[in-house]
Design a protein around this ligand. Structure first.
Ligand code: ARG
Length: 233
């Protein structure tokens, strides 16, 4: 474990798309202050490993390009570890499980599962694993059109005003939305996938990757991880 904060500490820029509660979101409307599970976890790891962080807001599909171009040093954005992304970035050890769930308007009595989606319109976050799953189902002829949106709240709006019939998004994010906003959407069917999130660094940045993995292990062992879990879930 490294010593506490001092002026010689290095600052790393962390990229995130901060409209994704409970993982990263503004504390209040109009607040620039980002909070959430990922934010607390990265801050705890940074304190443990003796580095500072500076948060940078980006659209979700801009995060990997920003990492590759050196605009940011790491991604902490509820990002699912996938084989495809492993080719572009290096992921830490998984830090939480989060599969995909299918959700529809609460009033929707027609869609009870993936088998009821033929011709139905999906609203998904651009570049997300939910969008990749929708694309797979579309290629198999199992769903209709796909509407791509930048943020999760736009997905909900499209379901509310019936431009879209369903979404495929991360289960914990959908559950958090449902408990904050009861009576809008509901989850149907079982979890579609079982996935995990990882923090990402530029391919080959083993120095930072090692610190993140070591810090993650330490905050799991000292109870900080469990505290953050209890705070947000
Ligand atoms: N877990 C999904 C993915 O990796 C969605 C993540 C979206 N994150 C965000 N902060 N908007 O594609």
């Amino acid at each position: 474990k490294n010593a506490g904060a001092n002026s010689t500490q290095k600052t790393y820029v962390v990229g995130t798309e901060p409209y994704f509660p409970p993982f990263e979101y503004a504390e209040e409307n109009n607040s620039k202050n980002i909070v959430g599970f990922d934010v607390d976890l990265i801050n705890a790891i940074a304190a443990d490993q003796g580095f500072k962080v500076q948060w940078k807001d980006l659209e979700f599909d801009a995060l990997i390009p920003a990492l590759q171009s050196g605009q940011i040093d790491m991604i902490a954005s509820g990002m699912t570890i996938t084989e495809e992304r492993e080719n572009a970035v290096d992921f830490t050890e998984p830090y939480i499980n989060a599969g995909l769930a299918l959700a529809v308007a609460v009033s929707n009595e027609e869609i009870k599962g993936v088998d009821d989606l033929k011709g139905k319109v999906a609203a998904v976050q651009q570049g997300s694993t939910g969008s990749h799953e929708a694309e797979k189902l579309k290629a198999e002829g199992k769903i209709g059109d796909i509407i791509y949106l930048a943020h999760v709240n736009d997905i909900i709006l499209n379901i509310q005003n019936e431009r879209a019939d369903f979404t495929i998004n991360d289960l914990p994010v959908t559950q958090a939305f449902m408990s904050q906003n009861p009576g809008v959407i509901k989850i149907v069917d079982d979890e579609l996938t079982s996935d995990s999130y990882g923090f990402a660094v530029k391919s080959g940045n083993t120095e930072l990757l090692t610190m993140l993995n070591q810090g993650l292990e330490n905050v799991k062992q000292d109870g900080t991880y469990d505290q953050i879990m209890t705070k947000y879930f």
